[in-house]
Design a protein around this ligand. Structure first.
Ligand code: HEC
Ligand SMILES: [Cu+2]
Length: 376
């Protein structure tokens, strides 16, 4: 049998050799495209930043990694394009060869008895298509490794703002140790008034299960893991804006409503925001009744309002609750209607969340809401 076939290698050799050669040739082309991928460096990032005054809003209407506005996110996108480019070209080559082979070598009328020629390897070609893919994998490995070294920083960059992020089921706590306050769900970070990028260094931990902090326009995903050393993430936005993110690790019932809002704002505005957050809660005598109800109810076991008896840490700090644009980690916009609905029964806005309906009377709800609305 084999003898038979070996005697007629002509057609096979010519046909398959051309495809193999074509394969090898196209791999070379793909490989040569590698240097065309732009390298990333900090100068470029700041050049982009200074050409875009921070007043312009860099935020996309939905979370996307294809419109990076921060140094680490740019690095990630560049690597992504490189990988997509290489596997795309390889995919096209493979599909073309498959389609070509299907058509060219399909069964022919009157050819029932002969077996197709059996080919045995050619050393140079075997070598080529072993070495080239190895080389491509090596290049991808090196580029990714360089990216990882660039992105991962265990210590804060020079002049960075430091914030501790604590993932909770199902909301985010943001601690600003330098400034001595805690807030939730809306992270404020600065960019220079003239657009110069300012780094922010996040330390991430969890109060319960594994969550993942992901604001795709600003940086890659970083898991927050309970009972373990903190993970770190560094951001260096080059455009102001309100960026959206999402918990990216399934963490239970209300996971889909565990959103992140990052407000990148000019340093002068950021400083004003910080000063506002540092103050104790507003004490407006006009809403004393509502505050009374709040302070006599279990609210204070879960929530903190600085300057009152409420010092719970299980739930979001409400000291300056009205300075946030979102309610329940982005489950709803924060306005008097949604707030009233929330205090009546949070489960109607964020099913599965860890705040129970507090069973207050309508009058009590109105008074508590009037109080909460003064917490600017
Ligand atoms: C058993 C603990 C618990 C009690 C009691 C409780 N809450 Fe909450 N509350 C939570 C949790 C947990 C959240 C966060 C829910 C989420 O986003 O998943 C929350 C969220 C809120 C929010 C939205 C905060 C934000 O930044 O989005 C408000 C407002 C609020 N609670 C008001 C109240 C009031 C008023 C009371 C008392 C009438 C009360 N809570 C009682 C646990 C509690
Ligand atoms: Cu989560």
């Amino acid at each position: 049998m084999t003898e038979d076939l070996k005697t007629k290698p002509d057609r096979a050799a010519s046909g398959l050799c051309t495809t193999r050669l074509a394969h090898a040739f196209l791999l070379c082309v793909a490989f040569l495209m590698l240097p065309l991928t732009p390298a990333v460096n900090a100068d470029e990032a700041s050049a982009i930043a200074s050409s875009n005054a921070p007043v312009c809003d860099g935020a996309a209407p939905w979370p996307t990694m294809f419109a990076p506005r921060s140094a680490p996110a740019e690095t990630i996108l560049n690597i992504t394009w490189l990988v997509i480019g290489i596997v795309g070209v390889l995919g096209i080559i493979v599909m073309t060869l498959i389609i070509f082979s299907i058509i060219r070598y399909r069964h022919k009328e009157g050819d029932e008895t002969t077996e197709p020629p059996q080919i045995y390897g050619s050393n140079p070609i075997e070598l080529a298509w072993t070495l080239l893919p190895t080389l491509i994998v090596f290049v991808l490995f090196m580029v990714s490794a360089r990216g990882i070294f660039e992105i991962q920083k265990e210590t804060p960059p020079e002049g960075a703002l430091e914030v501790t992020v604590v993932g909770h089921r199902w909301w985010w706590e943001f601690d600003y140790p330098e400034y001595g306050f805690v807030t939730a769900n809306e992270l404020h970070i600065p960019i220079g008034d003239d657009g110069t990028p300012i780094p922010t260094f996040l330390s991430l931990e969890s109060a319960d299960v594994i969550h993942s902090f992901w604001v795709p326009q600003l940086a890659g995903k970083t898991d927050v893991v309970p009972n373990r050393d903190k993970n770190h993430l560094w951001l260096q936005p080059n455009m102001a804006g309100k960026y959206l993110g999402q918990c990216a690790e399934y963490c239970g019932g209300a996971h889909a409503n565990m959103l992140i809002t990052v407000i990148v704002e000019p340093e002068s505005e950021f400083k004003k925001w910080v000063a506002g957050q540092q103050k104790a809660a507003v004490e407006d005598p006009a809403v004393a009744k509502g505050r009374d109800i709040f302070e006599r109810t279990a609210c204070i076991n879960c929530h903190t309002i600085r300057g009152t008896v409420a010092n719970g840490t299980f739930a979001p700090d409400l000291t300056h609750f009205m300075s946030r644009s979102v309610l329940g980690a982005g489950a709803a916009p924060n306005n008097p209607t949604t707030l009233r609905q929330w205090v009546f029964d949070p489960q109607t806005i964020k099913p599965g969340c860890d705040m129970p309906a507090m069973k207050l009377t309508n009058e009590e709800i109105d008074l508590v809401c009037q109080y909460l609305e003064t917490l600017k």
